[in-house]
Write a protein that binds this ligand. Structure first.
Ligand code: FE2
Ligand code: FE2
Length: 326
C-alpha cells in the first residue's frame, strides 16, 4: 500500500502513483475466451437513462414490504439487538441508503481501476475487454447516482472501502488490480446481489441490481480468466505479496460490513453497534455467504493458502474449520 493520497477533501480524492502504460503491438487474439467475453459484453450493453423504469416510485421511508429475506429484517427482536423497535423502520431505510451509496462509490472505484487495467495489462485481448468493462462501469455509476439522488439520502464512501479503492488504483502490478477489483470487490458485489441484500424496497432498485449483476458476473469471469494459472508461475516471494494483499483486503472487507456509519446516524452507541455486528450469528452468516464464492475463486487461483485461510477464519469470513483438509 504505497499510494500517496496527496489531496483529499469532501469533493474529491487524488491518489498519486507510478504506473506503467503498456502498448501491445501484437494485434493477434491470444485469449479466445476473453475475446468471447468481449463479444458478449458488447452485445449486452444497456442504457441507464432509457432501459430503467425511472417513473416508478422511489421514496425513502415508504412502508416496507412484508416479506423479505433481508438479514437486517430477520435480526429484529433477536437477543442483544441494539435497535429499539421504534427505530426499526428507519434502520432498514438507513441500511438501504448506506448500501446503495456504497454500490455507487464502489462502481466509481471499478470504473477507475478498470481504466487502469486498459493502460497497464500487457495483452490486447484484455485491454479490449477492460475497455468494454469501463463502459459498463460508467453505466453502473450513472444508474446508482441517479437512484441515490432520487432517494435523497446518501452516505459518503465507507473508510475501509475508500482505503481499498485507493490501494487498488495505485497498483502498478496489474494482476493485483484484477485480484482486488474483479475477484474480491466485484465478487462480493455479485454475491450481495444474489443474496438480495439491498432488499426489495422498490421496483427501480430491483431493476438496476438485475442489470448490474448480469454485467458483474462477466467482470468476475474476466478476472478469473486473466489470472488463470498466473500464480503458479510466480516466485514464493511474489506469491506471498499476493497473499498479503488478499489478507489486507479481507480485513478491510470485514470492517466495512459492520454498519458503523448507520449506528451513528441513528444516534445509537457506535461501539456497541459494531460489537453487535461483529458477533451477531445472522450477520456473520451473511458475511460468510457473501465471501464464500470469493474464497472459492481465491482457491482456484492458488491464493487461498493455509495462512490466508487462517486469517479469513479469524475475521469470521470463513466458518471455523472450513476447508481444513482442502
Ligand atoms: Fe459495476
Ligand atoms: Fe463491474
Amino acid at each position: 500500500m504505497d499510494q500517496r493520497e496527496n489531496e483529499d477533501n469532501l469533493e474529491s480524492t487524488t491518489v498519486t502513483s507510478e504506473i506503467d502504460t503498456r502498448f501491445a503491438w501484437d494485434y493477434m487474439s491470444r485469449s479466445p475466451k476473453i475475446r468471447a467475453l468481449y463479444e458478449k459484453g458488447k452485445a449486452a450493453q444497456w442504457n441507464a437513462v432509457t432501459d430503467i423504469e425511472w417513473s416508478d416510485d422511489i421514496e425513502f421511508g415508504a412502508p416496507l414490504p412484508d416479506v423479505t429475506n433481508n438479514s437486517s429484517v430477520l435480526m429484529r427482536g433477536r437477543p442483544g439487538c441494539p435497535i429499539p423497535d421504534e427505530l426499526w423502520h428507519e434502520f432498514h431505510w438507513e441500511c438501504h441508503a448506506w448500501l446503495t451509496s456504497q454500490f455507487m462509490h464502489g462502481e466509481q472505484g471499478a470504473l477507475l481501476a478498470t481504466a487502469r487495467l486498459v493502460e497497464t495489462v500487457p495483452d490486447l485481448d484484455a485491454k479490449l475487454y477492460a475497455a468494454a468493462q469501463v463502459a459498463d462501469e460508467a453505466r453502473h455509476v450513472e444508474a446508482y447516482a441517479i437512484y441515490v439522488r432520487r432517494l435523497g439520502h446518501r452516505y459518503p464512501v465507507n473508510p475501509s472501502l475508500k482505503q481499498m479503492l485507493s490501494s487498488i488504483t495505485s497498483e502498478n502490478r496489474w494482476d493485483i488490480i484484477y485480484l482486488g477489483m474483479q475477484v474480491i470487490i466485484e465478487g462480493l458485489a455479485l454475491a450481495a446481489f444474489r443474496l438480495g441484500t439491498t432488499g426489495a424496497v422498490n421496483a427501480v432498485i430491483r431493476q438496476i441490481n438485475e442489470l448490474v449483476a448480469r454485467d458483474e458476473a462477466r467482470h468476475v469471469a474476466f478476472g478469473m480468466l486473466a489470472l488463470n494459472g498466473l500464480y503458479d508461475q510466480l516466485t514464493s516471494r511474489e506469491r506471498a505479496e499476493r497473499e498479503d494483499f488478499v489478507m489486507e483486503a479481507a480485513l478491510l472487507t470485514s470492517r466495512r460490513l459492520l454498519l458503523g456509519e448507520i449506528w451513528e446516524r441513528l444516534g445509537l452507541d457506535g461501539r456497541r453497534g459494531v460489537e453487535y455486528a461483529q458477533r451477531e450469528p445472522m450477520m456473520i452468516d451473511t458475511r460468510q455467504l457473501m465471501f464464500a464464492r470469493v474464497a472459492r475463486n481465491l482457491q482456484h487461483l492458488g491464493v487461498l493458502t493455509p495462512r490466508v485461510r487462517a486469517h479469513l477464519r479469524e475475521l469470521s469470513l470463513l466458518p471455523a474449520g472450513a476447508g481444513r483438509t482442502a
